[in-house]
Design a protein around this ligand. Structure first.
Ligand SMILES: *[C@@H]1O[C@H](CO)[C@@H](O)[C@H](O)[C@H]1NC(C)=O
Ligand SMILES: *[C@@H]1O[C@H](CO)[C@@H](O)[C@H](O)[C@H]1NC(C)=O
Ligand SMILES: *[C@@H]1O[C@H](CO)[C@@H](O)[C@H](O)[C@H]1NC(C)=O
Ligand SMILES: *[C@@H]1O[C@H](CO)[C@@H](O)[C@H](O)[C@H]1NC(C)=O
Ligand SMILES: *[C@@H]1O[C@H](CO)[C@@H](O)[C@H](O)[C@H]1NC(C)=O
Ligand SMILES: *[C@@H]1O[C@H](CO)[C@@H](O)[C@H](O)[C@H]1NC(C)=O
Ligand SMILES: *[C@@H]1O[C@H](CO)[C@@H](O)[C@H](O)[C@H]1NC(C)=O
Ligand SMILES: *[C@@H]1O[C@H](CO)[C@@H](O)[C@H](O)[C@H]1NC(C)=O
Length: 745
């Protein structure tokens, strides 16, 4: 959408400085060096070319074609090139080698649909990089990387150059009905609004006022809110603007009601993320909890900040990506959030920043080797089985005990609010096969949880303990040993057994050793195709969070695995709350990893907004998204919608009844209402997950002045906001694929 096909929209004009060629025919242009890696590159390919030749390349996983300028290319308007390849699993990012900074990554999938035998011209506008629309920003940029993804890539490039200016053709991009009487019009360039005409069911509606807003994230696109002289209504809406016609059918009303007298508390800790990058990020998005977690932290050694990502990256030690845990907790607190810190609970942590478990010199016959460090192997044979003999842990790790954990936590200058006992420890035999090759049993897992919970509370008496941070539905109910382990424990599924045992251990210890039952939740249906059907599935599968009648559209629904009631429905939050009530009352529920399944797609943003709303209604106590959402990405915008810049959704969930068949309505609509306990102001989040607009009549919504913000729809992922007056609330429109926030002023 932001990468304009030349034929379509962009007119190039030569500025004073002219364009800067990177590659034309046969060679890099003068001043450019070849800093490529792990790629087989032919600069003079003649099988497909424009001019005399092109670049043909075959890249291994994560390899790159990487030209570097002797100098900087700081002030160009954009990057243009021709690409042919069907469709390359590759991405582009720009780098400053001097400042050690790189741009956001731009996936080829955001640039166009490519074919193998035909060049298409791509123009990346530096004022709004796809897919999120963030500007490149000023820096000493000097290097360009066309990097393959995990599957490698083969494609052709030609005519690569930086362009000195991009003249945006004035254009009306979209016009959509919003709220009671607004048409939201997105535009690029200097359009003429006197040409705009709105008709509803063939009657012209006058525009009574107009306000334009241009978000910092997408400076070359604006939105103009046209306030109409009368309310919208179901029927045929037509907006004619500058030669474009936007026709929308506003459907029949969907009726519902809210009951502001009936409220339940929303935990502020549901708006969390994993590994936020900075305090300002936490502030901007209103993030309330930050988690230091994931596979690599299992090996975190605070004496040197060494870590090891295990099976995620060739079992290599390295310096922790987020540096020192103590400093990190300080950053989180500085951003006004609570910190959830993971305490390693296997018997080892990384001993340095350089060792790795499976050198090619000792294990030559491995399935894969690190493209950046060819001696470090996957630890597996080609058939996926672990290499043998087992490696000796002390070649890469140093011992770690409960005493070490207590000493570490006690010495922290910045105290975490919550500690999690390790991460997905039930699958350590896979993620950390080098540290813990044997499958984790019920008994061993419990023993580690109890030991390290005691060690944590000994160091920090007020800290809350979250455990066991189980990875997925399958392991909620059994262990890596298999069903013989269930059998050996009275046929009780894992999580209920764990809750019972933690209650017993807490009673014996005279103190609560488990404050949060912590799980990770990843939606099981496969939406990877990302086509229309997969998007609709992604958007309706949030029902698995609450709905007992939603048979999961995955193996969970067709092949139930556990001893739990209603086993084909995930019914996640009520199910977990019931397990807690039955087995260890008073324990809170946290979900320290969850994902929308599509971080860069608008539907991922809508799933995130829907899920945050559901967490509030259903009374989840804490949750942290996996993982760090880009601030201007669809996921970041879902957080912004609820919490951005200090204007927040209320802390009391207001009862909503959408009438009709609520579960079916929930396939395409999320409607959430809340009240501020201090001010009494009402707020609303409406998530239209449908590919057409929705018309709503929700009774008891007060008229008056509102702050309104939204993302999605034809307006794209940028953040848009305005103030509006709801003169009547018997008609509210939300455009397709759009999430809206309204709060009483
Ligand atoms: C550029 O580097 C790549 C990767 O190392 C190599 O395959 C290619 O031959 C180099 N090209 C030139 C012209 O040096
Ligand atoms: C690729 O093609 C599909 C279907 O025509 C279209 O919806 C999508 O926007 C295209 N992608 C890009 C990045 O142009
Ligand atoms: C980048 O530099 C240009 C020219 O020096 C300046 O006009 C622009 O404001 C700068 N942008 C930012 C984001 O600092
Ligand atoms: C609008 O006008 C068209 C053409 O005159 C007519 O066919 C259509 O029925 C009218 N629609 C409404 C809702 O009145
Ligand atoms: C290499 O691995 C395969 C299994 O993938 C095995 O059959 C073969 O014997 C191994 N060779 C050596 C030298 O270890
Ligand atoms: C493991 O390696 C350490 C350090 O290299 C050595 O001291 C120890 O004896 C080894 N243990 C085994 C069982 O090989
Ligand atoms: C664990 O504690 C022992 C004993 O105090 C100490 O020698 C060792 O350095 C500690 N290890 C780590 C990784 O902190
Ligand atoms: C909306 O109104 C509030 C309160 O009057 C004001 O602070 C804010 O700047 C306005 N926001 C927009 C986007 O106009």
């Amino acid at each position: 959408m932001f990468a304009l096909g030349l034929s379509a929209a962009a007119l190039l004009a030569l500025g004073v400085r002219g364009d800067l060629d990177v590659y034309v025919d046969g060679a890099l242009a003068s001043g450019w060096e070849n800093w490529s890696w792990s790629s087989d590159i032919n600069f003079g390919a003649t099988d497909l070319f424009e001019g005399l030749s092109s670049i043909s390349m075959t890249q291994q996983a994560w390899a790159a074609f990487s030209p570097k300028l002797e100098g900087t290319f700081s002030e160009y308007a954009g990057l243009q090139f021709d690409v042919a390849g069907a469709p390359p699993d590759a991405q582009i990012y720009i780098e400053s080698t001097g400042a050690s900074v790189q741009s956001s990554t731009i996936p080829f999938s955001a640039l166009g649909n490519f074919t193998a035998n035909e060049f298409k011209t791509v123009l990346i506008d530096f004022s709004q990089l796809p897919p999120s629309g963030t500007p490149l920003g000023n820096n000493t940029w000097d290097r360009l990387n066309f990097q393959a993804g995990g599957n490698g890539a083969s494609y052709h490039l030609d005519n690569i150059k930086f362009v000195s200016s991009i003249v945006i053709e004035p254009k009306f991009l979209s016009a959509e009905p919003l709220a009671n009487n607004i048409i939201a019009v997105t535009t690029q360039g200097a359009v003429d609004f006197s040409t705009v005409k709105v008709t509803l069911n063939n009657a012209t509606i006058a525009v009574s006022s107009k306000a334009t807003y241009s978000p910092i994230d997408a400076p070359s696109k604006s939105i103009t809110y046209l306030t109409l002289a009368k309310s919208l209504a179901p029927g045929a809406l037509t907006i004619v603007a500058g030669g474009s016609t936007f026709a929308v059918t506003l459907p029949a009303l969907l009726y519902g009601t809210i009951n502001p007298a009936n409220t339940t508390p929303i935990s502020s800790a549901i708006y969390g993320v994993n590994f936020p990058p900075s305090a300002s990020y936490l502030n901007d998005l209103g993030v309330t909890v930050a988690r230091w977690g994931g596979n690599a932290v299992t090996a975190y050694n605070p004496n040197g900040d060494f870590t090891n990502a295990g099976n995620d990256w060739y079992f290599e030690n390295r310096i922790a990506d987020d540096g020192n845990a103590d400093t990190w907790v300080g950053m989180v607190k500085g951003g006004g959030a609570s910190a959830l810190l993971t305490v390693p609970a296997l018997d080892w942590v990384a001993k340095d920043s350089t060792s790795y478990s499976y050198p090619a010199t000792l294990f030559p016959n491995q399935s894969r080797f690190d493209p950046y460090k060819p001696d470090a192997g996957s630890g597996q044979y080609a058939d996926g089985t672990p290499v043998s003999p087992r490696m000796n842990q002390s070649s890469v790790y140093t011992p770690w005990t409960a005493t070490n954990a207590t000493a570490w936590l006690k010495a922290l200058k910045n105290k975490p609010d919550i500690v999690a006992i390790d991460n997905e420890i039930e699958i350590a035999h896979s993620t950390h096969q080098d540290m813990h090759p044997d499958p984790m049993s019920y008994d061993e897992e419990l023993s580690r949880m109890v030991t390290f919970a005691k060690a944590s509370k000994a160091a920090l008496p007020n800290v809350k303990v979250a455990a066991p941070s189980t990875c997925s539905w399958w392991f909620y109910w059994t262990s890596a040993v298999g069903y013989t382990d269930n059998t050996a424990h009275g046929n009780v599924d894992f999580l209920p057994w764990f809750l019972q045992q933690m209650k017993k251990a807490s009673d014996t210890a005279g103190t609560r050793l488990l404050d949060f039952l912590d799980i990770h939740y990843y939606f099981q249906p496969d939406t990877s195709a990302n086509d229309a059907a997969a998007k609709a599935l992604r958007l309706r599968m949030t029902r698995s969070l609450w709905d007992p009648s939603y048979v999961d559209e995955s193996w969970v629904g067709s092949d139930p695995q556990n001893h739990q009631p209603n086993p084909t429905a995930v019914w996640l939050i009520p199910r977990m709350k019931q397990l807690i009530k039955d087995n260890f009352p008073g324990t809170k529920l946290s979900i320290s990893e969850w994902s929308s399944t599509a971080d860069t797609d608008i539907t991922g943003g809508l799933v995130t907004a829907d899920a945050l709303g559901i967490f509030g209604v259903q009374g989840v106590d804490a949750a942290t998204y996996w993982w760090q959402p880009g601030e201007a990405s669809p996921i970041g915008l879902a957080f912004w919608l609820f919490r951005g810049f200090g204007t927040t959704f209320g802390d009391l969930s207001v009862q909503v009844n959408m009438g009709g068949d609520t579960p079916t309505i929930a396939n395409t609509l999320g409607f959430f209402s809340a009240k501020d306990s201090k001010t009494g102001k009402l707020s609303f989040v409406i998530v239209n997950k449908d590919t057409k607009p929705v018309s709503l009549y929700v009774s008891n919504i007060p008229t008056g002045n509102y702050f309104l913000r939204h993302f999605g729809g034809a307006a794209g992922v940028a953040k848009w906001q305005t103030n509006t007056t709801l003169k009547a609330t018997n008609f509210l429109a939300v455009p397709s694929y759009t999430a809206v926030f309204l709060k009483q002023l």
